[in-house]
Ligand binder design. Sequence first.
Ligand code: 13P
Length: 264
Amino acid sequence: MTGKLYIGTNTKMFQTGTEAETYIRKMDDLIDDIRDRLEFFFIPSFTSLERSVRAVGDRIRIGAQNMAWEDRGQFTGEVSPLMLEEIGVRFVLIGHSERRHVFGETDGMEAAKVRLAADHGFTVLLCVGETAEQKDAGRSIQAVREQLEKAAGVLGPEEARERLWIGYEPVWAIGTSGVPASASYAEDMHGAIKGVLRQMFDGDGAEIPVLYGGSVNASNAPEIIARDGIDGLFIGRSAWDPDRFNGIIRSVLPVFESRASKQL
Ligand code: 13P
């Protein structure tokens, strides 16, 4: 972890290339005076990646929403890490809830992607999160533990510390029909995830940032970021208007920094 606030957005299957470029140019201006205090990232559609990289260079970390688990092959419709590297993308989202639950990706697939991404020196934002059924059955921690062990267990401690970020996104909290997790529930789950990471990677595990995502908005963001173990926010809908997103970032940054300074 860098001591900075991890914050960014995934635009899912919204925003054309033109829209994404306009958006990220505006965000680049809006966060200019605070960018050194942020690990800010933008994860647009594949067709928006190259122009987003061109628009903001290395001032903003640009990531892909998915990646194939092989460098090349007969995988119609997939995008290889070689293709991402070629356009300057070195950050990838793996195992988003929509990939797992809409497109049927398994932990085995996520593990292969995580391994290949690390081999290419990418930073990986690996998403984990329990379903409503798992939560109701009292199996939330067990569910995320399994996802972490299977998908991130392919990494050694040092590469996990250097390359791995975790997005904790409870499936029931994401999207238009989602209900945001309470701050205390998120805090408990982050504590459990950090415990699993420490078991998996010893001291290196304690350095892996864990971001919360799922219906984060202007009203709940400050109370969520005030909680221990929450190193950042991964936001969908509420981040897609630049001024609104900038407002959220500015409201949570002092809360995060004051919490971080107390922990020193
Ligand atoms: P929402 O903030 O729209 O619930 O989406 C969260 C998410 O899935 C980010 O990847």
